[in-house]
Design a protein around this ligand. Structure first.
Ligand SMILES: Nc1ncnc2c1ncn2[C@@H]1O[C@H](COP(=O)(O)OP(=O)(O)OP(=O)(O)O)[C@@H](O)[C@H]1O
Ligand SMILES: [Mg+2]
Length: 668
């Protein structure tokens, strides 16, 4: 149970939350919702003890095991799966103890550690970590890859897996779906529904919330209000409350007017003075039900571009990818062999290291082609959505369109009047610390009057003083909104947007969808927000298996394609709707599949060999333990045998579970 009593929270000079009085019961799955900047993440910081209450109290059980997602991932050489297992701190300590005890030859300490590990279900930890990775989209061959080899988005997933690995009574997740694709979101929903502890999850994704939560905490204008039920149910309840509040307010206004007019008319007349006085008292006592302040629907626009040329942008037989080698897996390193491939690693956010079986071919001096033979024309007014599984190369495609990433082969032709507005995650991250929205805009528009800049920022909801506050303290959504505003200032005629809705609250998403729908230029959009894609795009292209092609279908068709491709159709009714693919398509897909299978088969082999070895050892142990001679020897020796036996049995069990899982995968 977590209780807030008269709780208030301050950030800088702003009082974010005041007089919060509520109790969160154990076992609830609570969605924390509210506008960008209302204080959701700050509330989490308070729960984690990183932020002091400004007033009041926050009561939490003293021995609460709390898990949350780390913001940073150290560039570790450790295998991903071990990094994830490390999320269970107690288990990691017990395993270390066991190791140390073994090194010292301290059998008693070993027995203790052993017991502890069993208590913590340590012997199937690896299998559990593997399942988490699998669910979050890591293919089996990537589980042993070093943490430092993953790109930013995948490291976020690793941290999420680590948080889920930790046994916890309270789990805090702040916008966990931001870096996930649809498959992983669905998996996470399922996982969270089965979570036993208390869950607090911040999200702007209503479908996800509906699938997960039992209660909703709405933060609004500094107050927090609890609702029973999921997000949709919260919306209904709130709408009803607002309606009743408005009715009460209107009634009260009528009565007030009535009383007032009575008082006005009769207060001068001695005969009626008494009545007038009592009415005056009544008027004073009235509750003063507030009118529902229509929550200002936030709206903004992308200005009409000065010019929208035809044939804006062409990619002709382009090979898109990266010059310097991607960090290699050990397998790839062996193949590189000739020493031409350096292991220099550059700035990771410029590349996508896809843990899936990414069809990449090495070219020339170690260049990696992510997308081959790309032919793409963009005409004025076209509105294209890029679809594709995570890591397939959507961002690579966008960077190639922008010109940020020079083609490895082929040609990119841009019209001389082309003016690109480019939004990507790193745009948000590259805001200048210490500078305000006003500073940022002034950099772009040196000679422009302060008033014009302030008005512009006001339209983007940076009104008044906010325009002059440093972005250091801005929430994720506020930063994303500023980044979009800066792009809009340039009046682009082509918008290239790579996941623009991450961090944006629901109102802002709606506003963005409206603004994009009204935009007069051309548009290329990457997004996992199905609502936005549907509202904004006229046609879709699919980025998958090393190719970029027009996709003949809508989002439902795409979801079907995705399911068919993953090989584990989720709805049997739709399995017959396999998309038509060319022979080349099928060949390529089959090749990728074979690679995947190969890795899985190798692991299966490895397991089989190990299990066979364990069985031999176990038989030997059993014989020894059956031998009366053994019981005449020292007890320590006997204990060791027993321990060894139980260890081997556990290991065998774990391996067999993994084997079964992989085997099922191969069968599928
Ligand atoms: N270190 C800080 N110093 C000053 N102000 C801060 C600081 N951190 C956050 N703020 C401000 O506090 C407010 C709440 O921030 P918080 O990150 O809690 O919002 P949020 O509800 O999580 O928003 P979002 O939905 O965008 O993530 C924001 O207006 C933000 O600008
Ligand atoms: Mg936040």
């Amino acid at each position: 149970m977590i209780a807030f009593r008269h709780f208030a929270l301050r950030r800088g000079s702003r009082l974010l939350l005041s007089d919060i009085d509520l109790v969160i019961q154990s076992g609830w799955r609570l969605g924390v919702v509210g506008r960008n900047g209302c204080g959701k993440s700050s509330l989490f910081a308070a729960l984690q003890g990183q932020l002091e209450a400004d007033h009041g109290e926050l009561d939490m059980p003293a021995r609460l095991r709390l898990a949350s997602v780390a913001q940073e991932t150290p560039a570790l050489p450790d295998p991903a799966i071990e990094y994830v297992m490390g999320g269970d701190v107690e288990l990691a300590a017990a395993l270390r103890d066991e190791f140390d005890a073994q090194a010292r030859g301290d059998t008693e300490a070993m027995a203790r550690a052993h017991h502890r590990i069993e208590e913590l279900h340590g012997y199937d930890a690896r299998a559990r970590a593997g399942r988490l990775l699998h669910g979050l989209g890591f293919s089996p061959e990537t589980h042993e890859r070093a943490v430092c080899e993953f790109s930013g988005g995948w490291r976020v997933r690793l941290n999420l897996a680590r948080a889920l690995m930790a046994p916890s009574d309270l789990l805090l997740l702040d916008e966990p779906t931001n870096h996930l694709d649809l498959d992983a979101v669905l998996w996470l929903e399922e996982w969270l529904r089965r979570y036993q502890g208390t869950l607090l999850v911040i999200s702007h994704d209503r479908e996800f919330l509906d699938g997960v939560i039992t209660h909703t905490l709405h933060l609004n204008e500094g107050r927090g209000k609890l609702y029973t039920g999921n997000y949709s149910s919260f919306e209904l309840q709130r709408a009803e409350q607002l309606r009743l509040q408005q009715i009460a307010h209107e009634r009260e206004q009528v009565e007030r007017a009535h009383l007032q007019s009575f008082i006005d008319r009769f207060k001068a007349k001695a005969s009626k003075a008494k009545q007038a006085q009592s009415r005056m008292k009544r008027l004073e006592k009235m509750a003063g039900t507030e009118a529902v302040r229509a929550e200002r629907a936030f709206r903004f626009q992308f200005a009409v571009p000065d010019r929208v040329p035809d044939s804006m942008l062409q990619l002709e037989e382009i090979a898109a990818g990266y010059d310097a080698p991607l960090p290699l897996t050990s397998g790839e390193r062996e193949h590189a062999g000739d020493g031409s491939v350096s292991e220099r690693r550059t700035d990771t956010h410029h590349r996508e290291v896809a843990p899936s079986s990414q069809p990449s071919a090495r070219r020339g001096e170690g260049a990696i082609v992510i997308l081959a033979d790309v032919r793409f024309r963009l005409e004025a007014g076209e509105r294209i959505g890029l679809l594709g599984p995570n890591g397939a190369g959507k961002s690579t495609m966008v960077k190639t369109l922008v010109g940020e990433l020079p083609p490895l082969a082929g040609e990119r032709k841009a019209h001389k009047d082309l003016k690109i507005g480019y939004f990507a995650q790193h745009t948000v991250e590259s805001l200048r610390e210490g500078a305000s929205p006003f500073d940022h805009l002034q950099d772009k528009a040196p000679g422009v009057s302060a008033q014009v800049l302030r008005d512009f920022l006001g339209n983007w909801n940076f009104a008044g003083d906010r325009a002059f506050e440093s972005v250091d303290g801005f929430s994720g959504g506020e930063r994303a909104r500023l980044a979009l505003a800066l792009i809009a200032w340039d009046k682009p005629n082509l918008l290239l947007l790579d996941e623009p809705t991450n961090h944006l609250d629901l109102d802002m998403r709606e506003a963005l969808a409206d603004a994009l729908a009204d935009f007069d230029g051309a548009l290329v959009l990457v997004s996992h927000d199905r609502h936005l894609l549907g509202m904004v795009c006229d046609s879709f292209w699919r980025v998958a298996d090393g190719k970029v092609e027009p996709f003949d279908g809508d989002l439902d068709d795409y979801a079907r394609w995705l399911r068919a491709r993953s090989g584990a159709p989720k709805k049997t009714a739709e399995t017959d709707a396999k998309p038509l693919e060319s022979a080349a398509d099928r060949r390529r897909a089959a090749a990728a599949q074979r690679e995947n299978e190969k890795a899985t088969r190798q692991r299966v082999k490895k397991i089989e060999t190990r299990v066979a070895a364990i069985e031999v050892d176990l038989t030997a142990l059993e014989q020894k333990l059956a031998d009366p001679q053994t019981y005449n020897g020292p007890t320590a020796e006997l204990m060791k045998l027993g321990q060894r036996q139980s260890e081997l049995r556990k290991e065998k069990e774990t391996l067999e579970a993994e084997w079964l899982e992989l085997y099922e995968l191969l069968e599928a």
